[in-house]
Write a protein that binds this ligand. Structure first.
Ligand code: BGC
Length: 749
């Protein structure tokens, strides 16, 4: 779609002017606003303020509020003192931005440098809800310090396909885990009076043709897999805004889907905030407004300039549909009712009052990347590292015993902090694995770096046969001369990014060969994955003694890695996604990326471990898995105080003991299994988890409470969640495939 020239609107604007002049007076409209107007008083309730302010607005002013005034700003209404909502991209920190928003913020096109937190999948690997809440809080503080009001995150889309370009942003494959972390992030952000936007609603699970692809998902799968994180964001965190997704869902673009925005989000979940479009995801005026899309972004001159290039329309973007002109025209044509317009505007105002934007505007100039914020980034990066293999207890390295380390690989000397696209934060500094290792190794350990292979697509000069042979030779030589070799492999923002899916699960060119060669040269080789997506490891995994997944660890990734390598930190990360052996083994294989712009989610509810465990397909590493330098014992499972009919809380407890010699943390995972389900069900589903820290020899009682909802599934017949009477099993595990304790449980009706 090409932008409509402004001249086209001239006759329309004239009509609007005539209409406005001769229309019957609206209560308060255009009159001077008294200083004691209720909406100006912070002691009035939010609803009183919304009602009062709305009653003072003209239809034109209301229509103006439905689209942005800039790339990252909603429209201010000066007459009434309604400020613009100033946004910033996230979710892994405040993304550097340029153009209108930087002008608003700093008076010039500023480069914003902020703390780069670990990617979403890395934070998910911590399974630490308290930490994610603190991350949300830290990011919100940076948003405020930069004079902004809103952070575009968290991303809670489910990692359905190993090739999704935004897997690094998401919270993994399990809806319960994604829900817990999303709720924590939102609470952290909103607690600071900053507006989050949980995104992308819904089913943005691939980047392939993301503006045109139509995801076909049955109702049960939607409710069990793709909606729970959004439902929890609304019902448990009372989230202030939801961002609609680019894609179509069951035939309709998400931004104009009545079932999605009105029926599910607003009616079923009871969402009271506003829906914001993804940037350039609207295709109509009245159908979009009537479906419940409240604020179109971007808007104003930056939107027009962007769209005038023709490139966004060619890519499938839509924009400029909720401009005041178009909304008024649809309103005057009777296609949008006053009640609808009032509802849209009330929602935006409600959030602004809730966040306190009228009472204490955020002023730029505060400190960013404070020691406290950096500490959260470091803790996230550290807790998110997953130890996948540790044969012969190669790790942790004993600094007193080793004299030399060869640090090798295209991701070793460069800090690859995150994936590409709107979430990539420019930090003030970033610690590469090599920096972290050198710093920790000190003077007594010699650290030699070799690239080994150039990163695919980065430097053509490194891609000649001669250059490659030379680099490989130098790497194997370095490895053979060192006590241990650390090979850091993975991708970077150009290969793993929003807007494109990853082409193959295989590591980029030459990285498998590099690992194989280094492992031959030195049996004490530690492979480190620095990527957000699962990668194929079959070529070298059997020969690899030690394997770590550091994901994209943000600016402190290198420090975190060094701490884990040397045992200053005991790894406690657990996989938030199953790592398949091959792409062909993954549940969505054959149902991705779709044909003729339609993608059928034919695997249904069998996403991730629900598929691997139920269908007996062995992954390389299962969901929930992660080793530690210590060991844990699960014992004494008690399931008590439940009523036979399943009403009332079910209390569960067990003892967890650190049986090793180091302090460490274990993530205790509670799965439920139903014996003879009336409906096809996964063999197990995650329902609770707890990250527990224990000193050596220490034992703690770990408690969980379940309600009957935890046993339910979405019934397509009843169109509701339902728990049938039957026999269940409570399974306590350290991964979906390491179940240590089981207890039966039955319900009768
Ligand atoms: C992304 C959103 C992002 C928005 C604004 C879109 O391309 O999908 O996640 O918040 O751009 O930058």
């Amino acid at each position: 779609m090409r932008p409509v020239p402004m001249s086209v609107f001239a006759p329309l604007l004239a009509c609007i002017f005539i209409f406005a002049t001769f229309a019957p007076p609206v209560l308060h409209a255009q009159s001077a606003v008294p200083a004691d107007a209720p909406y100006k008083s912070s002691s009035a309730s939010v609803e009183q303020r919304v009602t009062d302010l709305l009653s003072r607005m003209t239809t034109e002013e209301k229509a103006t509020m439905l689209s942005g005034s800039g790339w990252m700003e909603s429209a201010p209404i000066e007459r009434l003192g309604i400020p613009a909502i100033k946004m910033a991209d996230g979710p892994m920190g405040v993304r550097s931005w340029a153009g209108s928003s930087a002008v608003t913020n700093a008076g010039k096109a500023a480069q914003v440098l902020a703390t780069s937190f670990p990617s979403g999948v890395a934070m998910a690997a911590t399974w630490d809800t308290a930490l994610v809440e603190r991350e949300g809080q830290a990011i919100a503080q940076e948003v405020k310090a930069l004079g902004r009001d809103m952070i575009l995150g968290p991303t809670v889309n489910i990692n359905r396909v190993p090739l999704w370009g935004r897997n690094f942003e998401g919270y993994g494959e399990d809806p319960y885990l994604a829900a817990r972390l999303g709720v924590a992030y939102i609470k952290g952000v909103q607690g600071e009076g900053v507006i989050p936007s949980v995104k992308h609603f819904d089913a943005n699970n691939e980047e392939f043709e993301r503006h045109r692809i139509d995801a076909h998902i049955d109702e049960r799968t939607l409710h069990e897999i793709y909606l729970p994180a959004f439902k929890a964001a609304v019902e448990e965190a009372n989230v202030w805004t939801v961002m609609s997704a680019y894609n179509k869902l069951n035939g309709v673009h998400c931004a104009e889907s009545v079932p999605l925005l009105t029926d599910i989000l607003k009616k079923e979940f009871g969402f009271k905030g506003f829906v914001i479009s993804d940037w350039g995801s609207t295709y109509s005026t009245a159908p979009t407004v009537n479906a419940g899309m409240d604020l179109e972004m971007p808007g104003g001159p930056p939107m027009q300039e962007w769209f005038s290039t023709g490139q966004p329309a060619a890519a499938g973007n839509g924009a400029g549909w909720l401009t005041a002109e178009k909304v008024l025209a649809a309103f005057n044509a009777g296609e949008i009712t006053e009640a609808t317009l009032n509802d849209n505007v009330s929602r935006i105002l409600r959030v602004m009052f809730e966040a306190g934007l009228f009472d204490h505007p955020h002023v730029a100039g505060g400190e960013v990347d404070t020691p406290a914020q950096k500490a959260v980034a470091l803790q996230g990066a550290t807790e998110g590292i997953v130890l996948l293999k540790n044969a012969g207890a190669l790790l942790p390295l004993n600094a007193a015993k080793i004299h030399s380390i060869a640090v090798i690989g295209p991701n070793a000397a460069v800090a690859r902090t995150g994936g590409g696209g709107s979430s990539l934060v420019k930090p003030k500094y970033a610690v590469a694995p090599l920096d972290g290792i050198k710093e920790r190794a000190g003077d007594s350990i010699h650290v030699r770096f070799e690239l080994g292979v150039g990163m695919q697509g980065e430097n053509a000069a490194l891609n000649t046969p001669e250059a490659r042979a030379k680099m490989l030779q130098a790497a194997t030589e370095a490895a053979s001369q060192a006590d241990v070799a650390v090979v850091v492999v993975g991708r970077y923002p150009k290969l793993e990014t929003e807007n494109y899916d990853v082409k193959t699960m295989d590591l980029p060119d030459g990285q498998d060969e590099l690992i194989e060669a280094v492992e031959k040269a030195n049996p004490h080789t530690i492979v480190v994955l620095n990527t957000g997506d699962p990668v194929t490891m079959t070529k070298w995994l059997d020969a690899t003694p030690a394997l770590l997944d550091m994901w994209y660890g943000g600016q402190e990734g290198g420090h975190a890695l060094a701490a884990v390598l040397f045992g200053d930190a005991n790894p406690s990360g657990k996989l938030p996604v199953s790592l398949p052996k091959r792409f062909e083994d993954s549940p969505a294989y054959g149902h991705y990326p779709g044909e003729n712009l339609q993608v059928d989610y034919a695997e249904g509810i069998y996403v991730g471990y629900r598929y691997f465990d139920t269908k007996n397909v062995e992954p390389a590493f299962p969901f929930g898995f992660g080793l530690s330098y210590t060991t844990f014992k699960y014992s004494g499972l008690k399931v008590s105080r439940y009523k036979a009919n399943g009403s009332g809380p079910i209390n569960i407890e067990l003892a967890l003991t650190n049986t090793g010699s180091r302090p460490g943390a274990e993530v205790v995972q509670l799965y439920i299994h139903e014996d003879h389900p009336a409906i096809d069900r996964p063999i197990r589903e995650l329902k609770r988890f707890q990250r527990v820290e224990l000193k050596p020899g220490e034992s703690k009682t770990v408690r969980f409470t379940l309600d009957r909802a935890a046993f339910s599934y979405w019934s397509p017949e009843k169109k509701d969640w339902t728990a049938d009477p039957g026999t269940f099993e409570i399974q306590m595990g350290s991964s979906s495939r390491d179940i240590h304790l089981r207890a039966p449980l039955g319900f009768k009706d």
